[in-house]
Design a protein around this ligand. Structure first.
Ligand SMILES: [Zn+2]
Length: 74
């Protein structure tokens, strides 16, 4: 079971930099049932997360129940 993962280098879709999708992260993804590899480096993911938070703070309560965001971006 363990040891089936190997660090993998992925090119970030946003900034074009290479980042490592580590064996540990791959195991985590598998555990969560995520089939898709991350497309963005940690930096860009954090930026996107922050942007999302900012948007949510900026928007009024019109989007309360509809805010079911896919967790695949983790
Ligand atoms: Zn990036």
């Amino acid at each position: 079971m363990d040891g089936e993962f190997q660090d993998e280098t992925i090119v970030c879709q946003d900034c074009g930099k290479e980042f490592v999708f580590t064996a540990g992260e791959q195991a985590f993804y598998k555990e969560k049932g995520l089939q898709n590899k991350p497309k963005r480096c940690r930096e860009c993911r954090q930026k996107r997360k922050q942007a999302k938070n900012t948007m949510m703070q900026a928007s009024d309560n019109s989007a309360t129940s509809d805010t079911v965001v896919s967790k695949r971006e983790f």
